[in-house]
Design a protein around this ligand. Structure first.
Ligand code: FES
Length: 497
């Protein structure tokens, strides 16, 4: 290596980066998946890294961002750091709770053990199951090691088209996950099933993602993909089948198929809805006679990705905001000084602003200051509120158009299940208050990891389940979409009962 560069290893993803000696780390690390929510000004505290090997001097911005205990433990702001010597850094942003599933399931007539895997863009959750009893015997969670190619699916598509081998990376990581789950009982594993979005499905399967890179985003490779363990380099019996369940459309993957199964939609006479709130919002509505589904580009606002003081749900993030005697009251993760807002805190903050009149239904900050103070130094900017309006407008309009397609309205639904991590943590009252969901409160439930639960149900099914017709609707092709989207951008003035 040239003398002007030093090597930095980023954990937990084991990424190695050569950075110019003495230069600010911000430009080098931004290319490797570390987010700098305030653009590297040192104000938001969202780019914390912990020095595991080597040393970084403490800057003034570090002193403002971290309490003494965290400074002593090695926490620094990556955007303010420079180094002349090699380092190993733990990235605070890459630590997150991964949602698994504890729902009790009925066993099948099958013998042996099975493994269900929810391969998410950000996280991986896997469980080993006794096929006869349905009992979960072990669980593994981790971050998707592809994350250093970018946090959303389009970054992964671009990396794969650029020639990066994202297939080998994810197969190797999942091979280790499977090995940990199976340790000491490898011979008993008879089946592995994976579910995930369309890009994860294609990348795991070694299929070209080129059809997913441009409109109309239709791919000829949406079907179930079967593998032998040796094809993947996994240490499992040769007789074990490994199956990636089929996708439903261009951007509606088998994670939603699994969610449809998990919510009981396929056996219900009444209409049931599933909404998975992420960068790509996916929506499915239906019953045993038929299901319609769609994806809608919500952008990163629900993960606070496009918010100036947005951050992941880590120490210092405002995770919820409520009104106490007309004043905002923020709950901060880790009982720390507030450093930013995660997705659930963002939705709460706007809901509170609407309730007090500080934010108008148009989204404008009422006093014209273009800033809405939340707690401590954490502020919501006018542009942040706009980002949330775009995200919630995309989901709400998609939901309305699917209902219209079915000739139904939200009170006709028996239940609306919110899936995924954000769906699990967002306050449902706040989601309704901002118009993300236009439905009576009694219908809406946090459903947890429906993808993993549905994957286990597919694994345990004695026979291939008979599914109703599932129709993928392209919202962008619907002439009513733009008008509906524009309507749904504003915040409601009245609440559902
Ligand atoms: S990006 Fe480093 S403090 Fe905001």
């Amino acid at each position: 290596m040239s003398a002007e560069f030093v090597r930095i290893r980023l954990e937990p993803l084991s990424v190695e980066v050569d950075v110019p000696s003495g230069a600010l780390l911000v430009s080098s690390l931004a290319d490797h998946g570390i987010e700098f929510p305030c653009g590297g000004t040192g104000l938001c505290g969202g780019c914390g890294v912990r020095v595991l090997a080597g040393s970084l001097p403490i800057t003034e911005a570090d002193r403002a961002a971290f309490p003494a205990k965290e400074l002593a433990a090695g926490w620094r702001l990556a955007c303010q750091a420079r180094t002349h010597t090699p380092l190993v850094l733990e990235c605070g942003q890459w630590h997150m709770d991964v949602l698994t599933d504890n729902a009790g399931l009925t066993g099948s007539g099958k013998r042996g053990l099975g493994i269900a895997i929810d391969l998410g863009t950000t996280t991986i959750a896997a469980q080993i199951v006794d096929m006869a009893s349905g009992s979960v015997l072990g669980v593994e969670t981790e971050l998707n090691p592809q994350a250093h190619f970018g946090s959303d699916v389009m970054n992964r598509v671009r990396a794969a088209l650029h020639g990066d081998d994202l297939t080998t990376i994810v197969r190797a990581a999942l091979g280790q996950t499977v090995a940990r789950l199976a340790r000491g009982r490898e011979a008993e594993i008879v089946e592995v099933i994976l579910v995930g979005n369309t890009v994860m499905h294609h990348l795991f399967s070694g299929r070209s993602v080129a059809p997913l890179a441009a409109a109309p985003f239709e791919s000829p490779y949406l079907g179930t993909q079967d593998f032998r363990p040796e094809d993947l380099g996994w240490s499992l019996p040769a007789s074990c089948t490994v199956r990636f369940a089929h996708c439903l459309g261009g951007f509606v993957g088998s994670d939603i198929l699994a969610g449809i199964v998990a919510t009981g939609m396929v056996h219900s006479d009444a209409l049931i809805a599933l909404i998975d709130l992420g960068t790509n919002g996916e929506i499915a509505i239906g019953n045993r006679h038929g299901v319609v589904c769609a994806s809608t580009a919500a952008g990163p606002a629900f993960e606070a990705g496009s918010i100036r003081m947005g951050m992941r749900a880590a120490t210092g993030a405002i995770s919820s905001v409520s009104l106490l005697a007309g004043q905002l009251h923020a709950t901060v993760i880790g009982d720390a000084e507030p450093r930013g807002l995660c997705g659930s805190g963002l939705v709460d903050a706007v809901a509170c602003g609407l309730a007090t009149g500080a934010i108008l239904p148009s989204g404008r900050v009422a006093d014209g200051s273009k800033q809405f103070p939340v707690a401590g130094s954490v502020v919501l900017y006018q542009s942040d509120i706009r980002e949330l309006q775009l995200a919630k407008g995309a989901i709400a309009s998609g939901f309305k158009l699917l209902l219209k397609h079915l000739g139904a309205e939200s009170p006709d639904l028996q239940a609306i299940h919110l899936a995924g991590a954000f769906g699990n943590y967002v306050q449902i009252e706040s989601a309704i208050r901002i118009g993300l969901i236009d439905a009576p409160r009694s219908l809406v439930h946090a459903a947890g990891n429906t993808a993993l639960r549905g994957a286990k149900m597919l694994l345990l099914a004695a026979t291939e389940p008979t599914l109703p017709p599932i129709e993928h609707i392209s919202l962008a092709a619907d002439p009513a979409f733009q008008d509906e989207f524009a309507n749904c951008m504003t915040f409601p003035t009245e609440l559902n009962p």
